[in-house]
Design a protein around this ligand. Structure first.
Ligand code: COA
Length: 326
């Protein structure tokens, strides 16, 4: 076993300036939705939308700089950059490499991770493996999304659910694998391609057709979310010899308040131990967990020594969880 742990040394978030409310959406001709419907079914009140020309790398670099600043790290300390995104600036160069360039980092390597809303959990798991195997000592893990560009703004079943934003963490290799040591304790990643059709982007760079827009069978996704997230939470607790109630904070992927509440209940946690941003950010896909982490570490809720469970599910299907001690 490696003597190194990947410690979350800094967090950062960035949201585009423009905030779009449910009432604004409800006023759009032909969309036929309402603030009341959206709040009741999802908990979402508003979301942020990137400006024209503002890309995933633009948002991601701002979140990354905030994470580096909180960690007291220079760009020279970064030797790997992992970016989780489904809305890259282009198929290549990878958004991670674009961010590497914008940060002025000239060593190491950078690549993108495609796992939809589970992307940040996947990237965190990979980054942890890089640290444990000694391949990297300072890793930026970023989730950044501009879903406003892949939404069908005439489909009320999907366009009201998502928003744009970016979040990042800076991981630093630290010695220590004793019980109670800081760092990522374990990651548990899953996918099942049989369910690819229920949540997907229709077409893409290598496709011969399709609109390039997001399509979702909401009710089916909801059912998978509740069962698969419950199972991966149990798997994570069991792997660490923990029981329900041992976790200090739940930082779930922010898709829907009803799914979040079900997970809080499952962990026997009251909602004041669950970090919620879905009301103000909507679902920012791979950015939602690091944005929530940035908020809750900056306002003092999550503190040093706290045990934090992160979980997510997304297109693929992909799902997973990570447990970390801050
Ligand atoms: N405003 C008003 N009505 C809407 C609406 C909207 N924005 N979106 C859908 N509806 C309507 C539907 O057309 C349907 O009308 P009908 O009964 O006349 O056919 C009705 O509301 C019920 O639709 P349904 O899709 O069954 O609602 P639901 O209770 O399942 O809620 C979701 C829809 C999308 C909120 C819910 O399924 C969900 O959250 N799923 C998970 C999605 C998710 O988290 N995805 C991301 C995973 S990373």
């Amino acid at each position: 076993m490696s003597a190194y742990r990947a410690v979350i040394a800094g967090t950062g978030g960035y949201l585009p300036e423009r905030s779009l409310t449910n009432d604004e959406l409800a006023a759009w001709k032909g969309l036929e939705t309402s603030d009341a419907w959206i709040i009741e079914r999802t908990g979402i009140r508003r979301r942020h939308i990137a400006a024209d020309g503002e890309t995933a790398s633009d948002l991601g670099v701002k979140a990354a700089l905030a994470a580096l600043a909180q960690a007291g790290a220079e760009a020279g300390e970064v030797d790997a950059i992992l970016v989780a995104t489904s809305t890259p600036d282009s198929a290549f160069p990878a958004t991670a490499v674009r961010i590497q360039g914008k940060l002025g980092v000239t060593k190491g390597f950078a690549f993108d991770v495609a796992a939809a809303c589970t992307g940040f959990v996947y990237a965190l798991g990979l980054a942890d493996a890089l640290v444990r195997t000694g391949q990297a000592r300072g890793v930026l893990v970023i989730g950044t999304e501009v879903y406003s560009r892949i939404l069908d703004w005439t489909d009320r079943g999907t366009c009201v659910l998502f928003g744009d934003g970016a979040g990042a963490v800076f991981l630093r290799a630290e010695k220590g694998d004793a019980a109670g040591s800081r760092g990522i304790l374990s990651s548990h990643l899953h996918s099942d391609g049989r369910h690819g059709d229920i949540l997907q982007i229709e077409g893409g760079a290598g496709s011969t057709g399709g609109t390039g827009l997001l399509r979702m069978a909401g009710r089916e996704v909801f059912k998978h979310a509740v069962t698969k997230l419950a199972a991966v939470v149990d798997e994570t607790l069991a792997a660490n010899g923990l029981g329900h109630g041992d976790v200090n904070w739940l930082v779930p992927h922010q898709a829907n308040i009803r799914i979040i509440e079900a997970m809080g209940k499952k962990l026997h946690m009251s909602m004041d131990r669950v970090v919620v941003t879905v009301d103000r950010h909507a679902n920012t896909s791979a950015a939602s967990i690091p944005l929530a982490l940035a908020e809750a570490t900056r306002d003092g809720r999550i503190g040093r020594g706290d045990l934090v469970l992160m979980e997510a599910i997304g297109g693929g299907l992909t799902w997973g969880a990570t447990l970390a001690r801050f």
